[in-house]
Design a protein around this ligand. Structure first.
Ligand code: AMP
Length: 113
């Protein structure tokens, strides 16, 4: 099933892209919850964390690596930042193509809401 993020990958709808390679795309969230809020997604359309298989291990492992690299480039790696992956309705997932939220530039509280 095509999602909003598949359409962004296909350049059918615009996004403010900050990183791309053959497997991963990262772009600014349209409704930022922090001064910097980026979504890092695999180009492979996997609906939820529950749909991951062993074969996806290396692909999904790239997401936090790219998050940390972007945090360094954007200058908030040392002060700290938050990464989040929401799963299904109770987890707050609204787009059914897995994605890692990278948020930085403010202090985060715990537990998350
Ligand atoms: P989640 O609620 O974890 O599924 O996150 C989905 C995220 O996608 C939300 O933070 C939305 O603000 C974001 N979003 C929705 N539409 C777009 C879009 N067209 N471009 C960028 N981010 C979007």
């Amino acid at each position: 099933m095509s999602t909003l993020f598949s359409q962004i990958i296909a350049r059918e709808i615009p996004a403010d892209i900050v990183y791309e390679d053959d497997q991963v795309l990262a772009f600014h969230d349209i409704n930022p919850q922090a001064p910097t809020h980026i979504l890092i997604i695999p180009k492979k359309p996997i609906a939820t964390l529950n749909d991951l298989t062993e074969k996806d291990q290396a692909l999904v492992g790239r997401l936090p690596l790219i998050a940390a690299r972007l945090a360094k480039q954007l200058g908030f790696a040392e002060e700290g930042y938050r990464v989040v992956m929401n799963c299904n309705d109770a987890g707050g997932q609204t787009v059914y193509h897995i994605h890692m939220h990278l948020m930085g530039g403010r202090r985060f509280t715990w537990p998350a809401g």
